[in-house]
Design a protein around this ligand. Structure first.
Ligand SMILES: [Zn+2]
Length: 233
């Protein structure tokens, strides 16, 4: 195999390694990002707490109505017991009953509002619970897929690393050093393909002499502009 082909092969391996390693980093980021799940949890907890408060408020409102009704009954019982005969006292009792009844209406109104509020809170709580269940299931599915993809990428990476080792063994150290430097300087691409008559990496049109050189099997040719190795295939 030609020297140039070995470098080109190395470039292909490195590009695949770069891509796989980058994807593994992406996956790690995605696996560590629980924003959606945490939001759904927070919403569910908050809705549950609001419902609990609404239930308590509704109970208190109901008790207040009950207590007020008992007071009215008791005042009424005293009023009609025949025990109170003094007209002034009777008048006071009647006034008190009327006042108690007026306030009962207020309390009943509040109870009704508390019932509606509880109903709303119950509905929202149910929606949030369903949402949390859906998000949890979706997140579990996504995590499983990502873990599988990561495992497969890690197998690819270790295979590529072995291939890389075998390939670099047959490349002279000097060429390898230039290759590594170009990889750093040229965003990971040290070997450019020759497409028609130009360098596919930087787009420069290559001279006829350079094209001829690039096509000779055992010569290492580099682009005049980007200095990358040229592989004519
Ligand atoms: Zn170039």
């Amino acid at each position: 195999m030609s020297q140039m082909f070995q470098l080109y092969r190395l470039q292909q391996i490195d590009s695949q390694l770069d891509e796989a390693q980058e994807r593994v980093l992406d996956i790690d980021r995605l696996l560590g990002d629980d924003t959606a799940l945490n939001l759904a949890k927070t919403n569910a907890i908050s809705a549950e707490s609001i419902l609990k408060d609404a239930i308590n408020a509704q109970r208190r409102a109901e008790q207040n109505v009950g207590t007020q009704s008992i007071k009215i009954e008791q005042t009424g019982a005293t009023l009609y017991s025949g025990k109170v005969r003094n007209p002034k006292e009777l008048q006071d009792l009647e006034n008190e009953t009327a006042a108690l009844k007026r306030y009962l209406e207020v309390l009943e109104e509040r109870q009704l509002e508390a019932m509606f509020a509880e109903e709303d809170a119950r509905k929202i709580n149910q929606e949030r619970s369903i949402e949390l269940a859906l998000v949890t299931a979706k997140s579990a599915r996504e995590h499983k897929d990502l873990e599988e993809e990561k495992a497969s990428l890690q197998r690819d990476i270790s295979r590529l690393e072995n291939e890389r080792k075998a390939t670099t063994n047959s490349i002279p150290d000097g060429d390898l050093t230039i290759y590594e430097q170009l990889r750093v300087q040229r965003r990971g691409i040290a070997v450019a393909l020759v497409k028609d008559n130009f360098c596919a990496a930087c787009g420069t049109t290559l001279s006829a002499a350079l094209l001829y050189e690039a096509r000779s099997p055992n010569k290492l040719t580099r682009c005049d502009t980007c200095r990358r190795f040229l592989y004519a295939g």
